[in-house]
Design a protein around this ligand. Structure first.
Ligand code: S3P
Length: 203
């Protein structure tokens, strides 16, 4: 019996998901990128497509600390937050396979980068400044953007962080298209990267 187009697409997706899951073993798919890049929104959908659990490192940090990230910054300062972030991500990376979204500054820590390289495959959601600004403008839960002009802060973070984010195994251009489109591009890149470890770029 011949399958219709939709059924064939579904079968393809299922096959791709299971091939990726199998190649991942216990590794996590780790999403990195600046605030507003879509790590949480896309991460949830990617996890769903892959049939894996989704973990948001920022939520886990808040849970471990019993307070919000804004309150941690205000009460103890950024260095304290970074220390907690490093520890929580190291712990979470032992819980793979999963899709793990990390806060924008996490991958800047060398130990975290090493842990991610050992226990995961990293995906940089690379977004342009205007897209990031439009998205972060919708919420005021980010302490780094409360201190000064958000555009200036974001420009500086792009200069500092993009060369480091570029070390990720996979780069996907996050932009204003349907989340499912980006998820599809990540799936294709994961499939390629997991069978051929050379970096995959999509920017
Ligand atoms: C930060 C990004 C935030 C959060 C904290 C610091 C950063 O996470 O971890 O406010 O340094 O870029 P998101 O990238 O999920 O917004």
């Amino acid at each position: 019996m011949r399958l219709g187009l939709k059924a064939r697409k579904r079968a393809n997706t299922k096959e791709k998901s299971s091939a990726i899951r199998q190649s991942l073993g216990h590794k996590s798919v780790v999403l990195i990128g600046l605030m507003g890049a879509g790590k949480t929104a896309i991460g949830r959908r990617l996890a769903n497509r892959l049939g894996l659990s989704f973990t948001d490192a920022d939520n886990e940090i808040e849970r471990a600390a019993g307070q919000s990230i804004s309150d941690i910054f205000a009460e103890y300062g950024e260095a304290h937050f970074r220390e907690g972030e490093r520890k929580v991500i190291a712990r979470l990376l032992n819980g793979g396979p999963q899709v793990l979204a990390t806060g924008g500054g996490a991958y800047m820590n060398e130990t975290t980068r090493k842990n991610v390289a050992r226990k995961g495959i990293s995906v940089w959601l690379k977004a342009d400044l205007d897209v990031l600004l439009e998205r972060v403008g919708r919420r005021d839960n980010r302490p780094l953007l409360k201190r000064a002009d958000p555009e200036q802060v974001m420009r500086k973070l792009i200069d500092e962080r993009y060369p480091v984010y570029a070390k990720a195994d996979i780069t996907v251009h996050s932009r204003n298209v349907a989340h499912e489109t980006i998820v599809g591009e990540i799936m294709d890149a994961l499939q390629r990267a997991l069978t051929d470890r050379r970096p995959v770029r999509r920017s």
